[in-house]
Structures are given as C-alpha cells and as structure tokens.
Design a protein around this ligand. Sequence first.
Ligand SMILES: Cc1cc2nc3c(=O)[nH]c(=O)nc-3n(C[C@H](O)[C@H](O)[C@H](O)COP(=O)(O)OP(=O)(O)OC[C@H]3O[C@@H](n4cnc5c(N)ncnc54)[C@H](O)[C@@H]3O)c2cc1C
Length: 429
Amino acid sequence: MTYDVIVVGGGITGLVTSFYLTLRGRRVLLLEKNSRWGGNIKTYSDNSYIFEEGPQTILANTSAIWDLIRRLNAPVCKADPSSRLRFIYKRGRLIPIPLKPWEFFTSPLVGFKAKVKLLKEFFVKPPQKEDESVAEFTLRHFGEEFLKYFVQPFVSGIYAGEARKLSVRYAFPKLYEMERRYGSLLKAFLKEKRVAPKGELISFAGGLSTLVKLLAERIKEKRLQTEVLSLEKSGNLYRVRTNAGNFYGRKVVLTTPAYVTAKILEKIFPPAKGFENITYPRVAVVLLSFPKVGLRGFGFLTAEGLRILGAIFVSSLFSDRCPPAEDCVSVFLCGETQREVCQRGKEEILKIAKEEIKKVFPRIGEFKFEKVTLWEKSIPQYTLGYEKFYKIEEELRKKEPNLVIAGNFLGGSSLAKCIEKGKKLGETL
Ligand SMILES: Cc1cc2nc3c(=O)[nH]c(=O)nc-3n(C[C@H](O)[C@H](O)[C@H](O)COP(=O)(O)OP(=O)(O)OC[C@H]3O[C@@H](n4cnc5c(N)ncnc54)[C@H](O)[C@@H]3O)c2cc1C
C-alpha cells in the first residue's frame, strides 16, 4: 500500500501535521516508536491530581493554535491572570520580575550600576560578529548583573541551557531581529510597552494530553510501537523500514529528535550525520503537592542559591490540578548549568527538590504528592554555529524535495512553534 505522506514521530508536530493533511483528504500514515502518543507531552492524572511531566503550558501567541483549538473543539483552560507575576530567586527571596521596561529602574533585581548601564543601552554598540552567544549579547546591551539575575535564569527556564553556549540568533530570533530593527532593545521594549512576550498561557481540561488525545482520534491510519529504522528510495517512492515491516510513501515528514533523524537518514543522505552534534541536556521534573499556602503567580526561576532551575506554581495557574486544600508545583532540575544533580538517582533528585522548595517556602507542611520524571534528552540546544544545521537541511531540501525534516531542533522548540510548523506542513504538502 502506498501513502501520500508518511509522518514519522507522534509528538505534537507529527500529530498536527497528520491532522491537517487528513483534513485535506490526503492518505496519511503516522508512525510512532512508543506505546503512547504525545512525545514530550506527558500528563499524569489520577482522581486527585493532573500534573504535566514535560511541557506545562502553551503560549498561545499565533493564530495557528486557535485554529487548531477551534477545529478540535478542545476544552481550553486559560491560566489565571496572576500568571503575569513571575519571580527570580535571589539571595534567599523571591523578587518580582518587572513587567514594564521602566520598572527595572526601581527593582531590587539589579543594583545601581546595572541601572545606569541600562540607560546607556539606548546607545549600544552594534555587534562585532553575526553569531553572538546570548551571554555576549546581554553583556553588550545590559551588563553582567542582567546576565546573572535575569537572562541566565530565563535561558534555564526555556531551554534548560547556558547563555554562554546558546546563539542569540537561533535561540532567541525575536531579540536578534529587534536589535537589527531598532538597535537598542530598550527602545524596542518601550515601543511595545512590555518586556513579556504577547499571547495567553493555556492548557486544557485534563491537561495537555487532552489535545494529544483529540488529535490522535482524528487521524485514521496510525501505528504505535512502530520504530522507523531507515529510509530508502524505491523508484519515485520512499521505503520506510520499521521494526514492523516496510511502508511506502510519496512524501515523508520526519519529526524525530536530531540524533534519531541522523540515524534514519544515514543511507539516503549521509550529511545528516551532522545532526548528531546537537546536544540535549538532561532535565528532571519533580511534581510536588503540600497543604495550601496560597501560591500566586506563574512561578520562579533561580538566579543563585538553589540546586533547582526553578518551579511553576501549577495550582495558581489552573484551579483543577490538585485538591482545593493543597498547592502543587512542578520543579525543574539539572539542565546545562546544574548537570551534577542529574548524575544522582531519582531518590536523591526528589530529596533535593523537596529541600530547595522548603528553602523558598519554609512554612509548608508535609508533602502529599511526589513524582520524579527524568528526561535523558530534553530540549535541543540552539548553540553557537547553529547555521550549519540549517545548511544541512537546506541541502537535503534541494536533493530530496519530498522529504521534510520538521523536528523541534529546527525553527524553534516551543509547542507554539511546533503547532505552527505542523499546520503549515499539513496545509501545503
Ligand atoms: C521537560 C520539558 C519541558 C518543556 N516545557 C515546555 C513548555 O512549558 N512550553 C513549551 O512550549 N514547550 C516546552 N517544551 C518543549 C516542547 O515540549 C517540545 O519542543 C515539543 O513537545 C516537541 O514536539 P515534537 O513533536 O517536535 O517532538 P517530540 O515530542 O520529541 O516527538 C517526537 C516523537 O518521535 C518519536 N520517535 C523517536 N524516534 C522514533 C523512530 N525511530 N520511529 C518512530 N517514532 C520515533 C518519539 O517517541 C516522539 O513521540 C518542553 C520540553 C521538555 C522536554
């Protein structure tokens, strides 16, 4: 049997791509290695708790997300408006992150010298090189303190990464573009009257897996526990070799991680081996609940003094996630900056998460719920020199126009970006 399109990988990108292809009446086959759909999206739920073990929320900042929600009639939950409130943990306390650019001048987040440097940002010198690290970019614009107390915590929160290693152009393309357009970022922020990105934070009744379930239901031909091993040419078709036999398609979309994509393409396109150099740090997510203390806000990121990257105040965002008498949080550990934590076992990771949360909220009582999830390879790191990976993809596109790489290691890794990419592919392939 021949398919119009074979989609490899049943995470959000593969599901959305297959869904929109199906809407257009294309004959699609979706192949997934694991015994469940969703990839990184993994919701734990029982009678009392709904907890995200991977991504926590979607920043609904594109029309693609709302189009998907409307078509699936998905039960959206918008995060509580207090989620605008975010904190940085610095010197033993939680400091609110300024929401408006001018609030930095009165914030205890950075000292007097950094505030003076902030004013000078209006006259920042242009970059000396095309590909700057996030750290170099920040130092040039705002100085050391901003890097330590603001930018690095954010880089940990978004990528579990290190500002020194990530490329501003590829990891934060909006900032890169803003500088190209306005020169000064402060000018750009003042023009937009905000520092935080636009869009609403959302999830679904029952958690993000509800979206996964609704998508999977709408895709007719799909197989779990089917691991794609390699890809070969067979006339004008692609032969997709799997542990469950061969499948034939006119077009193939790969939504697998970089290191898997490299393997699958080994024979048909050897330069793809380069994708093996894309790094994915380990991340642990610890889910905890405890008697209610009245958490408010989105959560906090650590600047110094804790062995965790930060925590999200789940019960403050969505009221249906744990019993009313409890608060619950998702704690993030390890990443590039705290690698040593993940070298320990799950028990030790849990112990660290509990100890550090107790440091932040000394008055919390006994923990009621605890669960540790370890992501051996979490989020692709858009590091310096990332252009070479786009070049490999470009070369492949020229050689094999019917073979598409759509993994989250190219073009952005947020759920919003994955959905946007999947929709575009599904509507155009
Ligand atoms: C801990 C964590 C927290 C995150 N938090 C957020 C957040 O709060 N907000 C946000 O926007 N983003 C977040 N992200 C990023 C986001 O979750 C991911 O970028 C996104 O889910 C990737 O989706 P995907 O479909 O592209 O890839 P994946 O979810 O990785 O899916 C790829 C699929 O391919 C399958 N596969 C692998 N090999 C094969 C093979 N050989 N054959 C067949 N199938 C195969 C895998 O099993 C998997 O199901 C987070 C990521 C992690 C890990």
